[in-house]
Design a binder for this molecule. Structure first.
Ligand SMILES: CC(C)(COP(=O)(O)OP(=O)(O)OC[C@H]1O[C@@H](n2cnc3c(N)ncnc32)[C@H](O)[C@@H]1OP(=O)(O)O)[C@@H](O)C(=O)NCCC(=O)NCCS
Length: 337
């Protein structure tokens, strides 16, 4: 017996501190780094983002994830004890040991669940949903909680103006549940891919076991994100387009059959280029990059949650999720709400 998977609740959470472009301009000016609100808006579409306060337990990665998860559980009409499986997508783990999933499990009191992290950077939430879908499909799991949550601000090099203006902190979550395999409202398909050949386009060289973080490497900021933005931009436009097309083709759909396109939000210009290539009308695209910047694995669930809560996404609609991220990783998913 096989089953289908349906999203039955969503949630999102952000830290308290809003950082506008102007706030960031002042912060960088103090370090002798020149940028402007106009440059950031025109080149990225970002107006503001949220940053966690350092050393604040209520704003740890697991705490943001917990807040988003509680909202998703409430919408789903479920309690923490109903969850069988927690998948926590993040590339900014609260600690290397143990997983952020376990820290969050304890905060949430989801004691029946088994919990693990997934790191596929900005594709992480789709990777997580797709993994939960497989466990549900096989009959192993009944109810899963998939979280995409990031505290990226500690990884920013404030002296690198091409990268530090792009990212923000936040969390999104979805509760997914087993439904009959022929239920129309379910995940319809997923396409996942990775290309380690491009691993160095966005990486933090001394953030793990490869290079011990010596005082010298700390001074060189090797624990911070290093990015080749221009190269990523090109790959992003190409792969977002091809993964979106794969999802449409696999479901024998055209753009007319798709109600919403929910792409990863890294830069508004990337999204405009993809929309232009595939001829997706702007009114079918969900955006939140202007409010939150790039929140990596949190982007897609917060995008969905925003559109569900303000009534744009309604039952029976068809939604195409599409992402790329460090790795590089790629993912698309078609689902009917
Ligand atoms: C990083 C990114 C915003 C840079 O935008 P861009 O239009 O490619 O800008 P360029 O790198 O060509 O730089 C153009 C000029 O702006 C300058 N510039 C870069 N960042 C700036 C900033 N924050 N403020 C002001 N000027 C800036 C550059 O120094 C350059 O100046 P120059 O012409 O005098 O050399 C863009 O390439 C991007 O978004 N890439 C994708 C990154 C991404 O998606 N990462 C996450 C993956 S999940």
């Amino acid at each position: 017996m096989h089953y289908g998977t349906r999203i039955i609740g969503t949630g999102s959470a952000f830290p308290e501190q809003v950082v506008t472009n102007e706030d960031l301009v002042s912060k960088l000016a103090a370090l002798g780094v020149d940028t402007s609100d106009q440059w950031i808006r025109e080149r990225t579409g970002i107006h503001q983002r949220y940053f966690c306060k350092p050393d604040t337990p209520e704003e740890y990665n697991s705490a943001l994830g917990e807040r988003a998860a509680r909202q998703a559980l409430e919408m789903a009409g479920k309690a923490p004890g109903d969850i069988d499986q927690i998948i926590f997508a993040t590339c900014s783990a609260e600690t290397q040991l143990p997983s952020t999933a376990c820290w969050m499990q304890e905060r949430l009191g989801a004691h029946r669940a088994w919990a693990m992290d997934i790191n596929a950077a900005c594709s992480g939430f789709i990777y997580g949903l797709s993994t939960a879908d497989q466990f549900i499909h096989s009959g192993h799991t009944h109810t899963a909680l998939v979280v995409g949550s990031e505290v990226l601000s500690p990884y920013m090099n404030w002296e690198d103006r091409t990268s530090c203006i792009l990212f923000g902190d936040g969390a999104g979550a979805a509760v997914v549940e087993r439904v009959p395999e022929d239920c129309p409202n379910r995940i319809l398909s997923s396409h996942l891919g990775s290309n380690g050949e491009h691993a160095d386009l966005l990486h933090a060289p001394a953030s793990g076991s490869r290079l011990e973080l010596t005082p010298e490497r700390y001074r060189q900021k090797l624990h911070k994100a290093h990015m080749n933005g221009k190269e990523i931009f090109k790959v992003a436009v190409r792969t977002l387009s091809s993964y979106a097309q794969q999802a449409l083709d696999a479901n024998q759909m055209t753009l007319d059959d798709m109600d919403w396109f929910a792409p990863h939000q890294a830069n508004r210009r990337i999204l405009d280029a993809v929309a232009n290539r595939l001829k997706i009308p702007e009114e079918k695209i969900l955006f939140n990059v202007h409010r939150y910047g790039n929140t990596s694995a949190a982007t897609i669930p917060t995008l969905l949650d925003g559109a569900v809560r303000d009534g744009r996404i309604t039952e029976g609609q068809t939604i195409l999720l599409d992402a790329f991220g460090a790795g590089l990783t790629f993912a698309s998913m078609m689902l009917r709400w």
